[in-house]
Design a protein around this ligand. Structure first.
Ligand code: HEC
Length: 427
């Protein structure tokens, strides 16, 4: 990917025929609608809107630069186009158009050529939510390090609810490092000692708080993450006929992680749910292959850590998603089938903590019972890693970004009658 980008920079002549007479309305706007406006519109993560001509024109050169380098749209999988259905990468032709537009003075062209503007639901990137829950306002101080803070709210659902879409929305993105919302089923004792409806920082932060240091089935299934926010992560969506389950009587546990930015501020984080129109044929759950026992030595440039989890049932693999922090360098997510054959699903050669992207397979895979889910990561704890907070530190698992995590997430679909606690074998 990187070498391709350099080649392209070194000579526009590489393009078979530079596009001519490129205009904003006819050529550029359709690309922005398709690939950019999901994030570059008011209220979303992109730092500026790329909607109308006047607001886009000043960014023409920056757009050219960002697309030639492959920085935008953000995408980190080394995979052929088509492997993931949410692959947002531009074609060579589209890149050439954006570059030619910048090089020829970014002309507007004829407004009559413009595609119809997209209509977005303000405040959500999912469809209009059927139910919304929110945490109470959190006062973020100007400075300091903030611990993971939790907030628990009962759903009040009297019957099981099937969720087709879910989205977590921070009120103030500038200070929300990440926000996850977990389902706490009635049978779970997780954080039971804490009151409902109040923000709190748990005193003893064991392995089951946070995204979970262990991949034991009980912990990861009775307290499922239903959705999370971090920049660039799309709202979690599942294919038609599939849904996530919130059992009757469940609570929602908000896990909020704030970073200070020099001024005091306030945040109210919300979650919205779109209910499935009918009972789905498959239930979607998220499991993980992780490793919480690593010790990364100071200065290590390419420190390997692996994690695995074995399936106790047949399942269908939908999405994969790597999670590490600032020293995360690469991750490969794969499966070893009971036959011994290995299949690779995702290869992220240059991991970037700022983009917690979910990769959705175009062709879901059937994983037979006994399949081993694997995550193979490397960490760069050297001074060459420009995001490394401290190359002299010995690094272990922890919540803060200067600690590390190593989790490969796998979104699986299982029959609705399957007990989720049986999905992973306890190893
Ligand atoms: C998934 C969300 C997302 C998508 C899709 C996306 N962007 Fe961005 N973009 C961001 C965010 C967030 C930033 C600021 C952080 C950064 O620069 O990495 C950014 C930064 C940029 C910048 C740099 C701004 C600066 O300050 O220099 C440009 C230019 C840009 N985007 C153009 C585009 C174009 C063109 C597309 C579509 C082809 C696109 N982006 C698609 C989220 C997105």
């Amino acid at each position: 990917m990187r070498s391709v980008a350099l080649l392209m920079l070194s000579g526009a002549a590489l393009f078979a025929g530079t596009p001519v007479n490129v205009t904003f309305y006819r050529d550029v706007l359709p690309i922005l609608q398709e690939r950019c406006q999901g994030c570059h519109r008011p209220g979303e993560v992109g730092p500026m809107a790329l909607g109308v001509y006047d607001e886009t024109r000043p960014w023409a050169k920056a757009i050219k630069q960002a697309v030639l380098l492959g920085k935008m749209p953000p995408w980190y999988a080394d995979a052929p186009p088509g492997k993931f259905h949410n692959d947002p990468r531009l074609s060579q032709q589209e890149i050439a158009k954006l570059a030619a537009w910048a090089d020829t003075g970014a002309p507007a062209g004829n407004p009559k050529d413009a595609p119809r503007p997209l209509t977005f639901l303000e405040g959500w990137s999912i469809d209009k939510p059927d139910a919304i829950f929110q945490a109470t306002a959190y006062q973020i101080p100007a400075t300091g390090t903030l611990e993971y803070t939790y907030f628990i709210v009962p759903t009040g659902f009297k019957e099981d609810r099937w969720i087709a879409q879910a989205e977590v929305r921070p009120g103030n993105r500038a200070v929300v490092h990440h926000a996850n919302v977990y389902i706490r089923e009635p049978g779970s004792n997780w954080l039971r000692e804490y009151p409902m409806g109040k923000l709190f920082v748990p005193e003893e932060r064991g392995e089951r708080v946070g995204t979970g240091g262990s991949s034991s089935a009980g912990a990861s299934v009775r307290e499922q993450v239903i959705a999370g926010f971090s920049p660039g992560r799309p709202a979690k969506q599942v294919p038609d006929g599939y849904a996530m389950l919130i059992p009757a009587g469940s609570d929602l546990v908000f896990q909020l992680h704030y970073t200070t930015n020099g001024k005091p501020s306030t945040d109210v984080t919300r979650i919205g749910f779109v209910f499935a129109k009918q009972t789905p044929s498959k239930r979607v759950i998220r499991v993980q292959a992780s490793n919480a026992g690593f010790v990364i030595p100071p200065g290590a440039e390419d420190y390997p850590v692996t994690g695995s989890a074995a399936l106790g049932v047949d399942a269908e693999l939908l999405n994969v998603y790597p999670h590490m922090h600032l020293r995360g360098k690469s991750m490969v997510l794969s499966a070893v089938y009971p036959t011994g054959e290995r299949e690779e699903f995702l290869r992220v050669p240059h991991y970037d903590f700022n983009w917690q992207l979910v990769y959705a397979l175009s062709q879901p895979r059937i994983l037979p019972k006994g399949t081993l889910l694997k995550a193979d990561a490397t960490f760069d704890n050297s001074a060459n890693n420009r995001t490394n907070p401290n190359p002299k530190a010995t690094v272990r698992w922890g919540d803060q970004s200067w600690d590390e995590m190593m989790v490969g997430f796998f979104d699986l679909a299982i029959p609705v009658t399957t007990d989720p606690a049986s999905v992973l074998r306890t190893q």
